[in-house]
Design a protein around this ligand. Structure first.
Ligand SMILES: [Zn+2]
Length: 312
């Protein structure tokens, strides 16, 4: 169990570094976007903001599963998913204002110049690209060490974004040197597509988790079978809940046990169940085991006792 918490801690630490890098990248791009009014940089800054929200949700999910022996907090997870959705909506809403202006002037004022006229602005997106590449290598290293699928998703995203940064950098240089409005528009659209890729990830994660579409019925019955095979008559299963977050599963098991079962035995059972579940599916990371006293057993023992007393 300790080994698994350790892997989560390592993954969490890596994503936290990447999140801080994202905040730095976002601030840098935003400052220069506001100063220069370059629509390419404004688009790239919006992308950084959405990616920051995405990394934040990953970071929080890892933080929650890191506490292997504590109960998984769905409330916190839902809260941060809603927060990420809200941030994305605000970013897109705010971005639409200069974007519509830009499209409007593109169509109605053919004589107006490009918004990206300084080739040195390419240095900003170049630094952004270096930061993204750093994030990529951090995440890939953490994935190699921990094997957590969620980090693989993140590092692939960082790899794609490194390419996005390179395209933006080239777009800025070519736009400012040629003063071509079509090159600028093309760069903006390409950058927007990369941003939508991030937004789609956030929306997919949130909608699935919020609507409960992430419940895995097949795995649920598999786990129930394993439980009854292992413990047989010893326990009564009240419920097994299996949900998917990103690439991993969170499970909750509720079982009735004899009311006189010792805490030491329950603790052993809990560790045993966690181990068993991970053998069924290695993507099961967090297992909450909740015990309830089997009141029927109690009633039965009581009536046996009573009958014995009556006989006396
Ligand atoms: Zn991205």
């Amino acid at each position: 169990m300790r080994e698994i918490s350790y892997r989560f801690r390592e993954g969490f630490d890596a994503v936290r570094i990447v999140f801080i890098v994202s905040v730095a990248g976002f601030v840098l791009e935003l400052v220069f976007a506001v100063i220069s009014h370059s629509m390419i940089l404004i688009t790239d800054a919006a992308h950084w903001a959405v990616d920051g929200a995405l990394e934040f949700t990953t970071m929080m999910a890892l933080y929650l599963v890191m506490k292997v022996l504590k109960r998984f907090s769905w409330g916190v997870l839902f809260f941060e998913l809603v927060l990420a959705l809200l941030v994305s909506a605000i970013v897109i809403g705010t971005y639409m204002v200069p974007f519509m202006d830009y499209i409007n002037s593109y169509v109605t004022e053919p004589g107006a110049g490009v918004t990206t006229s300084n080739p040195f602005l390419a240095l900003v997106s170049l630094i952004g690209g270096v930061l993204t590449f750093y994030a990529f290598s951090c995440l890939r290293k953490a994935y190699a060490e921990t094997g957590l699928e969620i980090l693989k998703v993140e590092y692939m995203h960082a790899a794609i974004d490194t390419i996005a940064s390179a395209l933006v950098t080239i777009g800025i240089i070519v736009t400012s040197l040629t003063q071509s409005k079509s090159v600028e528009l093309l760069t903006i659209i390409a950058s927007l597509l990369f941003m939508f890729h991030s937004v789609a990830d956030i929306v997919e994660d949130s909608v699935k988790s919020l609507l409960g579409l992430n419940i895995d019925v097949e795995l649920k019955y598999k786990l129930m079978t394993v439980l009854s095979e292992r413990f047989g008559e010893g326990i009564k299963i009240r419920d097994v809940d299996v949900r998917k977050i990103g690439s991993f599963y969170i499970t909750k098991v509720e079982i009735y046990v004899h009311p006189f079962t010792t805490i030491a035995k329950l603790h052993r059972m809990r560790l045993d169940i966690m181990k068993m579940f991970r053998e069924v599916n290695k993507m099961i990371y967090h297992v909450d085991v909740i015990f309830y006293p089997d009141t029927e057993v109690k009633r039965r023992t009581r009536s046996i006792k009573r009958r014995a007393e009556e006989k006396l």
